[in-house]
Design a protein around this ligand. Sequence first.
Ligand SMILES: Cc1cc2nc3c(=O)[nH]c(=O)nc-3n(C[C@H](O)[C@H](O)[C@H](O)COP(=O)(O)OP(=O)(O)OC[C@H]3O[C@@H](n4cnc5c(N)ncnc54)[C@H](O)[C@@H]3O)c2cc1C
Length: 507
Amino acid sequence: MAHMIDTQVAIIGGGIVGATIAHALSKYKVNVCVLEKQPMTGHGLTKCSQGGLHGGTGLYMSKYVKWWEGGGDLKSYLAREDHLKDRLNDPGVRMFYELQPFLKAKILTSGRVMVAEAQDDIEKMKIFKELAEEKGWKGISILDRDGIREKEPLLDPRFIGGLYDPHTASVNATEWTTAFTEVAAQNGVHILLNTEVHGIEQKTGGYIIKTNDGSLRAEYVVNAAGIFSDEIARMVGGIDFSFTIWKCQMLVMENTAGIQHTIVTMPKPMKSRMLYMTTDGNILASHTMDLSNSKSDHSTTREGLDLLSTYLNYYLPEAEFKILRSFAGIMHFNTRNPDDYLIERPKPKFISIIACPPAVTPAPALALDIVKMLADEGLGLVEKSDFNPYRDVEPRFIELATEEKNRKIEANPGYGHLVCRCEKVSEEEIRQAVRAGATTVDDVKFRTRATMGRCQGGFCTSRILKIMADEMGVSPLELTLKGGNSYVLACETKGLIRGDMHVGQRS
Ligand SMILES: Cc1cc2nc3c(=O)[nH]c(=O)nc-3n(C[C@H](O)[C@H](O)[C@H](O)COP(=O)(O)OP(=O)(O)OC[C@H]3O[C@@H](n4cnc5c(N)ncnc54)[C@H](O)[C@@H]3O)c2cc1C
């Protein structure tokens, strides 16, 4: 963006919130730009989400934590829908399922077993069940000790029973963000990556947005900058809130115990001990919670990881596990109304979304609200007759039937070269990820699953770099993990730079 660009709507931030809004707007004859400071979308807070779609009784788990702090009549407290994020929860879940055939991103509906240590827990679970049923969620059951062990045979017999909810599901929030963004882009939305907003000036008829890469004139602005949304809001005036920030560490484990469901206990403040099924069948031990004063500290600690590694055996004392990776996500809550989103209109035609967790589940429904707000502000919305809702994406090669695999390999031998042996990702899939827009190793990873397996890229990173460099026409030395200065290579290594290493070769 060397020269000034004119757009009708500028969306600042390409996380799940910005991407769903871009997708929702792409159905209309509106000129839209998404400004994202990173070289890929979905790699801010969204990347570190547990990715739970909180259908069924899910909504009541987080509300229960709040009740626990305050007390009162549990049922009437849980039934209250005085928060926007609660009202958007169920519509958001349903929209993920409706959009899935078009966006072709995964939803794993594993269901959830919530275990009870005492009869009092069961009584509360009955309330969760009643409330979810009133909202149309079917098939939720209260189980005794044998019932929960039928679902998860390795569960500790000390749990006296629990609640089974078939509606708990998980998504990979980054994969979904990519999907929303790709469909938006194919319908004309401009995705401006590596574009960081530094300042905003209000002018007659709109705003001048100053970025690291020139300026942009926009009639309408949507601030969807996640944990940086306060800084964007401040660019157009004073703000009367700050953020409380929590660092949440998590462990990804191989599912060696053969767990079939997400497993949780009754939540308590600051103690959310969950075994979450990921879309690819791994287990996420989730999560610790420590107050932080940094918006970007994703470091893990010995203490945190020691605690997380007790989670599996808390539920399944005999189970063995293998840790694949640890990481930390960040939760932020605004100080004015910590339990809800702030959707503000600090200036005409300027909407600020100050969203707190969970913002993945409600995001598609929130996007519809934002589109409506833009229309109320005067944005003309005329539907496109040629809107294409289908994402053009190939299924994972390894999941195809044998005949289909053979057919593909015959047509393109790149499918026959497995680059990532742990996750069985082929050379051609890496190439396709780059052709679809991935420029960083992390983006290739989230698009293909390459490096997500047991060796965590120990064997295949050099091969991935070689393929990426080849596709992008750059030196492997220029490639980064996630943009900026995160170069993967410090200097030439063995044959990689000389070009005498073959992609399909065994190391
Ligand atoms: C441990 C944990 C578990 C969670 N579990 C769940 C769950 O189960 N379900 C759920 O729904 N939610 C969950 N969440 C919350 C969820 O991850 C977040 O609420 C959601 O991802 C926030 O999305 P976002 O689009 O608002 O923010 P982001 O994903 O951070 O998107 C904002 C984007 O704006 C960009 N940006 C920032 N500043 C600028 C600028 N100046 N110029 C240009 N671009 C900029 C950033 O790079 C970023 O990509 C969880 C969070 C954590 C930490």
